[in-house]
Ligand binder design. Structure first.
Ligand code: 0WD
Length: 257
């Protein structure tokens, strides 16, 4: 199995035990990696501390506050990390946001403020995180973000979030192009639907889940750990030739016409 015992990764976006970022944390912990977590606010600290107590290698990890909508927060977070570790080997960006009223109903009704807010947190944040983390990256650094099929196709009810994911995926390609010269790879995992805090905002989610069971090649939904294992691969040196890629971890649903 994968051995990441000499690697240190920053994980952004664990809200609770259902978070995709938590599945990623578990996969990386199992491979022996050292983990650093960033959380949006102190509100999430207690629950994260309770979760990490169950990990094998990261029972008392470094936890840093970072609201990605604030430049200063992102700058301070990576400065704080820089002061505590020799370097990092990668960053996991598992953060997105859209106001519920902006993804309900018709996309055409999206407000300007709602649009900018969603693009800010769900897409621009990766660019800022990449820029601030690049100084800390050891040789062969790797950045992985989370996206969804709604960024490629007009998926019912995904609306504004789909537009944000399109921008995020494009950003992955341009960041990969920029950071290749620094030896840093940038990729995305396009995960199938999973029940989390964020997916609660997506209307008719049960229909999306049952559609996958009926039509995806694997005839089932995927879970957080399967996403975690694929993210671990992309973070690891096993993926040293992969950058600018969007890897689908979705039971193969995206190939079905
Ligand atoms: O079906 C799904 N659940 C899918 C999710 C399918 C495919 C992709 N994704 C994506 C999401 O769009 C997102 O990018 O995976 C990523 C993680 O989403 P999740 O695991 O479904 O959702 P959740 O558990 O709610 O985590 C989202 C995180 C939360 O964590 P923290 O602890 O950091 O607060 O995004 C956070 C949110 O609070 N977040 C922010 N973090 C920092 N600064 C901000 C912000 N301004 N806004 C939201």
């Amino acid at each position: 199995s994968l051995n990441l015992s000499d690697k240190t990764y920053v994980i952004m976006g664990v809200a609770n035990k259902h978070s995709i970022a938590w599945g990623i944390a578990q996969a990386l912990d199992q491979a022996g990696a050292t983990l650093i977590f960033t959380i949006m606010s102190d509100r999430f600290k207690k629950s994260l501390t309770k979760l990490t107590a169950e990990l094998e290698h990261n029972k008392e990890p470094m936890i840093v506050n970072c609201d990605v909508s604030e430049d200063q927060d992102v700058e301070n977070a990576f400065k704080e990390i820089k002061g505590k570790v020799d370097g990092i080997d990668g960053v996991v960006h598992a953060i997105a946001f859209a106001n519920k009223e902006d993804i309900e109903g018709r996309y055409v009704d999206t407000s300007r403020d709602g649009f900018l807010h969603s693009l800010n947190i769900s897409a621009y944040s990766l660019t800022k995180v990449a820029n601030e983390s690049k100084e800390l990256m050891n040789e062969g650094g790797s950045i992985v973000t989370l996206t969804y099929l709604g960024g490629e196709r007009a998926v019912p009810n995904y609306n504004l979030m789909g537009v944000s994911k399109s921008a995020l995926e494009s950003s992955v390609r341009y960041l990969a192009q920029d950071l290749g010269q620094d030896g840093i790879r940038v990729n995305a995992v396009s995960a199938g639907p999973i029940r989390t805090l964020s997916s609660k905002a997506v209307g008719d989610f049960s229909t999306i889940l049952s559609e996958i069971e009926k039509r995806a090649p694997l005839k089932r939904n995927i879970d957080q750990i399967e996403v975690g294992n694929s993210v671990a691969f992309l973070l690891s040196d096993l993926a040293s030739g992969v950058t600018g890629e969007v890897l689908h971890v979705d039971s193969g649903y995206h190939i079905v016409g």
